[in-house]
Design a protein around this ligand. Structure first.
Ligand SMILES: [Zn+2]
Length: 334
């Protein structure tokens, strides 16, 4: 007859739900053994082996994995309420995102130039997005489809300028004691864009504000030029062209001479210049809405995308890499 311990072993495995038992070497060995049996025993042995196989199949068919009721977890609770320790990857398996690494460097340069920093909000209201920035009531940019709106009417900001009023209102006391308001404001912004290699629906901007007595456009250009020379580590020619923003008057587009080809024209710049941001003198209405005496004080503001600078600096061809979470891309910046 069949080896009893072998049969018991197979039965145990089937009862435990082990599907591999039907293909196991032990079961195969019984069929092998059948071939070696003398003719008179073969029929009985074959029947027994077949019955065993059927029994195993039946057990497996009726086997249902034990279900246990898990304690419900509170997804809003700190991790130690639900589990002892979260399964975190060791720090050496990760790296700082190239955008954050670059932003850190940008903020350090501005800090050396005397600028404090504050982060912008990722949800804001219509007033900070438009009215506080002197957008005329019928301005096309008021159309909320330019960005995203949540159900209770808050907006995902389309620019970091939403922070201008807050920063100026909160720091206007500095002007009374003879100090300037000097802030840079990095933040995530959102646009209803058709996404392609140069356009993303979510990206980072850096806003800058400077307010004091006797400030003019010359100060604006000099601050930006100083920044870009520090950032690219070389002397730099800059250029402004008239532009329009409701919250600055006059408004400019600010360009630097391409640091790679010195205006000769290359695949990065096209025709020798890189337009990196918009800027201008803060509109008197914007100062007034922040409670600042626009007769006494003037200021400038600027804003530009972080991605574009990082792309230019690192020769990155597609803005979509940044939010792709593609490790092959990210690990190039470790
Ligand atoms: Zn160039």
């Amino acid at each position: 007859m069949m080896d009893e311990s072998l049969v018991n072993g197979l039965m145990e495995r089937a009862k435990a739900g082990d599907q591999t038992v039907l293909r196991s070497a032990e079961l195969k060995s019984l069929f092998e053994e059948l071939k070696t049996k003398p003719t008179e025993e073969r029929a009985a042995f074959g029947k027994a082996v077949n019955e065993l196989k059927q029994e195993l199949e039946e057990i497996l068919l009726n086997h249902h994995p034990k279900t246990t009721t898990q304690k419900p977890i509170d997804i809003t609770a700190p991790f130690d309420v639900n589990a002892k320790k979260p399964g975190l990857l060791p720090a050496d398996q990760g790296s700082v995102h190239p955008l954050m690494k670059e932003l850190e460097q940008v903020l350090q340069i501005y800090a050396r130039m005397g600028f404090a920093s504050a982060e912008s909000r990722q949800l804001d209201d219509d007033w900070h997005m438009f009215e506080s920035l002197n957008f005329p009531p019928d301005h096309p940019a008021r159309d909320n489809t330019d960005t995203f709106e949540v159900e209770d009417g808050l907006l995902a900001p389309a620019h970091t300028s939403t922070m201008q009023n807050r920063i100026m209102s909160a720091n206007k006391h500095l002007l009374d004691i003879g100090q300037p308001i000097a802030y840079v404001i990095p933040g995530r912004v959102f646009r209803n864009e058709d996404v392609d290699a140069r356009h993303e629906h979510t990206f980072y901007q850096l806003e800058g504000i400077y307010v004091d007595k006797g400030i003019n456009a010359g100060h604006l250009i000099s601050v930006l030029q100083t920044f870009f020379e520090a950032y690219f580590g070389k002397k730099m020619e800059v250029r402004t062209q008239p532009f329009y923003f409701p919250f600055t008057e006059p408004s400019f587009e600010f360009a630097i001479a391409c640091p790679f080809c010195d205006k000769a024209g290359c695949h990065v710049c096209g025709e020798g210049w890189l337009e990196l941001l918009g800027c201008g003198m803060i509109h008197p209405n914007v100062l007034k809405m922040a409670g600042i005496d626009a007769e006494k004080y003037t200021g400038f503001a600027w804003g530009g995308g972080i991605e574009r600078m990082v792309m230019v600096k690192n020769n990155i061809e597609d803005v979509r890499h940044f939010h792709s979470a593609n490790l092959k891309f990210l690990r190039q910046f470790r």
